[in-house]
Design a protein. Structure first.
Length: 433
């Protein structure tokens, strides 16, 4: 069997295994080792498993992943999500559509220290949804704005997805984090504008909330000082070059723990829950990462990335035509698997194509994460929608997708803007020392 036939067979077997609900990391590792064994031999393949596993879990650079996950877990159990939502709600919740805007702002704030889209969507399904329903907001809008707000988790730093992309492509993690700041803020602004347009077009759809006295608003605002200090300290330190991304993760996790203790938001049970949550998530990510690296070695010896690069660049559709095809592929994959699995599975194959076409690797990282996140809320099978449905039992998938459609249109427009003006993503990284 030729190497091309072996590579194609490997991909077919991989997707069959994923359809059979085999975990993505396990499936990639199994196919990678079997394919490598077929071409090179069983002995070298087994040696590769040991070397790859040990190198991955002991690599200093990879330490950024569990550290930021621990920071997010500690912040999550500290009740920061409720404080952020309460502060935003007290300031603008009384306006028409104000609770929707408050949800977007709180999602952005929580995402900036959590780094996970799924965690953001799940958290605000229990925090913001009951409040919106209490004031008479439609189910479709309430769930739609939470699904869209959840996607901010992968864009705003510290983003685990961006960190993994940086590791896979050997890019500067700090620069990628900085590149996500302005597009993330742009996403929040465009979501707010979308809600304002909905209020303008259908003024009776979204009611106003109850205005609170300024004394209560000030108290609620004061409660969010801790996450604000944590974010500014970690991201400011990265931007100023005071510490590396891995050190920033350690500082962030330590800072979240100390602030939680100082504010008396952590007890023994919460700390244990955060440690278990971070350990489980990090173990899952490392399993996928090791599996992807083994699969990547298999692809390398079959020369699949090089052959794909030659094929796509030879189609004659231009660099933006190839980029459009890649983005469509990610939109489709986004309906089938989570963002992390998509990035780890596809980037080693796609990245050489992007380099060959002359696109900036940092800019492409932001574009691809945005496309992946759009896939998470895109019908017919958006992963974020499934997460919300698992938390909010009394709402149908159709209702959630109906509510998320305006935000999908907003995301597509944002993608077009970033493709037309790469400087939006590249300005901050360009100013780093």
């Amino acid at each position: 069997m030729s190497t091309d036939a072996v590579a194609i067979t490997g991909f077919v077997v991989l997707f069959i295994l994923m359809l059979l609900r085999v975990p993505v990391g396990m499936a990639m590792g199994l196919v990678g080792v079997c394919g490598y064994s077929y071409i090179v031999g069983v002995g070298p393949a087994l040696k590769l498993v040991g070397q790859t596993s040990m190198r991955t879990v002991t690599d200093y650079t990879f330490g950024v992943i569990p550290m930021f996950m621990l920071m997010g877990a500690i912040v999550s159990v500290s009740g920061v999500s409720r404080e952020l939502f309460r502060a935003a709600n007290s300031m603008i919740g009384h306006l028409r559509g104000g609770l929707g805007v408050a949800t977007v702002l709180a999602c952005g704030g929580f995402a900036a220290i959590c780094g996970s889209s799924v965690a953001t969507a799940a958290t605000f399904s229990s925090v913001a949804y009951p409040e919106m329903r209490r004031f008479g907001y439609p189910q479709s809008f309430s769930t739609g704005v939470i699904a869209a707000g959840g996607t901010l988790g992968a864009m705003l730093p510290p983003s685990t997805v961006l960190a993994v992309y940086a590791i896979l492509t050997q890019q500067d993690i700090g620069k990628l984090f900085m590149a996500g700041v302005i597009p993330g803020l742009l996403a929040m602004l465009m979501y707010v504008i979308t809600i304002m347009i909905i209020v303008k077009v259908r003024p009776n759809l979204l009611p106003g909330g109850q205005a609170r006295p300024w004394s209560e608003r000030v108290v609620d605002l004061k409660a969010v000082w801790a996450p604000l200090v944590l974010f500014v300290f970690v991201i400011g330190g990265l931007y100023g070059g005071f510490f590396t991304p891995t050190e920033a993760g350690g500082v962030g996790a330590s800072g979240a723990f100390i602030l939680g203790l100082l504010r008396r938001k952590l007890n023994r049970r919460n700390i244990r829950e955060a440690l278990l949550q971070a350990t489980r998530t990090a173990a899952a990510v490392f399993t996928v990462l090791i599996g992807a690296l083994l699969f990547g070695y298999f692809l390398t010896i079959t020369q699949s990335p090089q052959k794909l690069t030659e094929f796509l660049t030879g189609l004659g559709v231009g660099r933006y035509g190839v980029l459009a095809m890649i983005m469509v592929m990610y939109l489709i994959l986004g309906c089938l698997m989570d963002a992390m699995a998509m990035i780890i599975l596809t980037v080693p194959i796609i990245f050489p194509v992007i380099v060959k076409l002359g696109f900036d690797p940092i800019w492409f990282g932001i574009i691809i994460v945005m496309t992946v996140e759009l896939g998470l809320i895109h019908p017919p099978v958006g992963m974020n929608v499934f997460v919300i449905k698992s938390v909010v039992k009394d709402v149908s998938f159709t209702t959630i997708f109906k509510g998320v459609l305006p935000f999908i249109a907003t995301d597509i427009l944002r993608l077009i803007i970033l493709i037309a003006f790469p400087i939006i993503a590249l300005w901050l990284p360009g100013r780093m020392g």
